[in-house]
Each structure stands twice: as structure tokens, then as C-alpha cells.
Design a protein. Structure first.
Length: 418
């Protein structure tokens, strides 16, 4: 039933009560405003009936529901709709365009772009985890809700200055590298003609990146080894640190290792690091020396029966584990001091330098850390040097163990007669 009357609050309240049939009433004050109520009175809504621009038929434009929208507000909204139509604007088209723009703006916030970058690009990289962590720690908290196009070179420089002022120069270099990769990826996909990292050079803003030269000496190696005994650090994480020292691999190569990469069935145990986790994009076969293989066998026996793809070091957090290890080292140190600043990668540098120290040929030492042969050797020498690599790893293990677990003072090594 449809009729016309001057709408009042009292009349609207009456529409919310049960009645014989649905009701539709046109307002006399704003003639195109209609209120409709179902028979039960549970749904009372306002709308404007008007021909939109370019149309010959009436269209309905909702302007609210009662009592959430009151009569005065409904009339005001109705007048706005009528004014738009008289000006040649279809409110439905305008709202659709506004919704599209809002969705586009939401999709182009820095946080949304960063998440897309992580999912589509970073997740496929060998170093995915540290890149993702840096983006979430340094970039998203600063710029997350801002449109990506609004971020300026000044913003980038201010971020780098803040990181440098905290004393983290290496982190500033890494953060700038991540920022450049992110904006380079986003430029094509989001139509950025210029990015805020254009002409931002690390040497000018941060300063030159100093080459790491930290080597762990014999005393430090012994302290680290002692700190990885069965302690609050735990067997798993202690084993992780020892294997880094024994094998000279990168932290992620070991931290993301799965049981199916290892062959521990005999004395010629091996670990094949797949190409997707190697910096050089080529699989790396590591001949496991006896003590290292023993660590892995112990871990295997102490855990559950692994499935293919199960990680050895589940739930590893490099920073937290390093802090726990440093605290343990400080407690063990005779002077009660922590070691001078060192990072996990120093284990790899110590390993490579140690190979040279004990007389391993340079090309064998380079192959042991998965560096390809260079120059003419790369072209003509295709030998795998498996036996030589195994001898190198075994010799380093023997040398390292002689440092960290030297024989008792009353034991005199026997010399062979000439």
C-alpha cells in the first residue's frame, strides 16, 4: 500500500509495529523521498525515487534505515541526492568511483605494497627471512599507512640517519639495499615514475661499508665451544653453533637445513645443500667429518622420526640464540666480560682462514665454502675434488678440536720415528 503524507517521527515509530501489509509512504516535504516498512515492522528504510541522468526509468537511491537514520537526516540526504541528479551526476556512479578509488588507495599503501613484495618476490629468494624481517622492523612501522607514492627521498635519508645514530651502520646499509629492491619492484607495478631511492647512494648518506675482518682466536673459539655444552642454551642450539664452526656454512644454509639433505648412513657422510639456498644458485656437497656427523646423528636419535622436509633446527631465532650464547660466554669468561662484538658469519670467515692456516690449498679451501673456481681453472678444471674436500674438512675438524678440547697436560703425544 502506497500513499502520500507529511512524515513525522510519530508516524515513523508506528511503522515499526506489526501491521496487515507492507507500507510505502511518500513525504510531502521532500516529494521524491519514500519510506517503506514491511508488515512486521522490522525493516523501515528511506529512499529517493528519481530518474538518473540519461535514463527514462525511475531508479531507487537508498538514503538510510530507521531508526538509525532519523527523519531530518533522511530529508537532508534526499536533498543531496536530488541536487546531484539535477547537476547531471548519477549518485550510484559517483559512489562506485569513490569505492574504486578507496580500494586503489588501500592497495597502494606502503604496507600493502610491502606485503605484496614479500609474498611475490622476497619469499622466492635465498635470503628471504632476513629481508622480510628488515622490512617489517624498519620500513612498515614508519610508512605503513602512507600511500607509497608519498614517500620521499627525505623520508629515506631520515630513516638511514636514525639507524646510523643508533650505531648500526651495517644495518643502515642492509636497510637501504632492501628499500631499493622494494621500490624497484614496485615502480613498474604501481606506476611510480620516480622512487625515493633514486640517486641515494650509500657512500654519500651512510658512509663506506667497511669490510668485516673479525676472526675468532683460539681463546674465543674455546669459550664459544664451552658455552654450547648441555646448558640453558639447549642441545639443539648448541649443536647449531658447533656445526657453524666445523663446516663454515652461512647461518641460513644451516638454519633452514632439512633432514632429507643428509646422508648419515656410513663413514662417508655428506650434506647436500640445495641450489635454492645457495648464494651461487648451485647445489653444494659438504663431506661431513666424523665429529660433525656425530652431532647430527645424536640430534637424530634424540628427536622423533623425521619426515622428508622436516627442519633440523625448528623454531630457530638467530638473534635470540646469539644473545643467549653471548650471555653464557660472559658467565664462563674468567674476567666476566663478553667477547668483542662478533656475528655468526665470523664463524665462516674463521673456518676459511683456518683452512689456509693448516695448509689447505687455496682452490680446495674455496671449494669447501662453495666458491667457484676462478679464471682459467673455471673453464678447464672440472674435477670435483671430493676426496680433497673431505680431507680439508677432516683436517679442520681435527685442528678445531685440538683447540677447544685439548688433551690433558699429563698426556704426551707420541712421535713417529724417522
Amino acid at each position: 500500500m502506497t500513499h502520500v503524507q507529511s512524515l513525522t517521527d510519530r508516524a515513523l515509530r508506528a511503522l515499526t509495529k506489526p501491521k496487515p501489509a507492507a507500507v510505502a509512504i511518500f513525504d510531502t516535504e521532500v516529494k521524491q523521498l519514500q519510506v517503506r516498512a514491511n508488515a512486521s515492522g522490522t525493516a523501515v528504510s528511506f529512499s529517493v525515487l528519481k530518474r538518473p541522468p540519461g535514463s527514462r526509468t525511475l531508479a531507487r537511491f537508498p538514503v538510510g534505515t530507521y531508526p538509525l537514520t532519523g527523519l531530518a537526516e533522511a530529508r537532508a540526504k534526499a536533498r543531496e541526492v536530488l541536487r546531484e541528479i539535477e547537476n547531471g551526476v548519477d549518485p550510484r556512479v559517483r559512489k562506485a568511483e569513490e569505492a574504486r578509488q578507496a580500494a586503489a588507495e588501500k592497495a597502494s599503501t606502503f604496507a600493502a605494497v610491502a606485503e605484496a613484495f614479500i609474498a611475490r618476490h622476497v619469499s622466492k629468494q635465498r635470503s628471504a627471512r632476513p629481508i622480510e624481517q628488515r622490512i617489517r622492523r624498519e620500513l612498515i612501522p614508519r610508512w605503513g599507512e602512507r600511500p607509497i607514492a608519498s614517500i620521499s627521498r627525505t623520508d629515506v635519508v631520515a630513516m638511514l640517519d636514525e639507524i646510523v645514530d643508533r650505531g648500526h651502520i651495517e644495518a643502515a646499509h642492509s636497510t637501504l639495499a632492501c628499500t631499493k629492491r622494494l621500490f624497484g619492484w614496485a615502480a613498474i607495478r604501481y606506476g611510480l615514475e620516480h622512487t625515493p631511492v633514486d640517486r641515494v647512494f650509500a657512500g654519500d648518506v651512510i658512509g663506506p661499508k667497511s669490510a668485516r675482518e673479525r676472526l675468532l682466536d683460539a681463546r674465543e673459539l674455546k669459550l664459544i665451544w664451552q658455552a654450547t655444552e648441555e646448558t640453558p642454551i639447549g642441545q639443539m642450539f648448541g649443536s647449531y653453533a658447533r656445526l657453524l664452526l666445523l663446516l663454515g656454512v652461512r647461518r641460513c644454509e644451516l638454519g633452514e637445513a632439512t633432514w632429507d639433505e643428509f646422508d648419515l648412513t656410513d663413514d662417508n657422510a655428506t650434506w647436500t645443500v640445495p641450489s635454492v639456498r645457495m648464494k651461487a644458485k648451485a647445489a653444494h656437497v659438504i663431506p661431513l667429518p666424523p665429529f660433525a656427523a656425530g652431532i647430527l646423528r645424536t640430534l637424530l636419535r634424540s628427536g622423533f622420526l623425521p619426515r622428508p622436509g622436516d627442519r633440523i633446527f625448528r623454531g630457530i631465532h638467530y638473534g635470540r640464540m646469539k644473545r643467549q650464547l653471548d650471555a653464557r660466554i660472559k658467565a664462563l669468561n674468567s674476567d666476566g666480560k663478553a667477547l668483542p662484538r662478533w656475528v655468526w658469519h665470523d664463524c665462516r670467515r674463521t673456518f676459511r682462514t683456518g683452512l689456509s692456516t693448516i695448509g689447505i690449498a687455496p682452490h680446495i679451501a674455496e671449494l669447501a665454502i662453495a666458491h667457484h673456481q676462478q679464471g682459467i681453472r673455471k673453464v678447464y678444471d672440472l674435477h670435483r675434488y671430493d676426496d680433497e674436500k673431505r680431507a680439508a674438512f677432516t683436517a679442520w675438524e681435527r685442528h678445531l678440536l685440538s683447540i677447544v678440547t685439548p688433551p690433558p697436560a699429563n698426556v704426551v703425544p707420541l712421535r713417529r720415528e724417522a
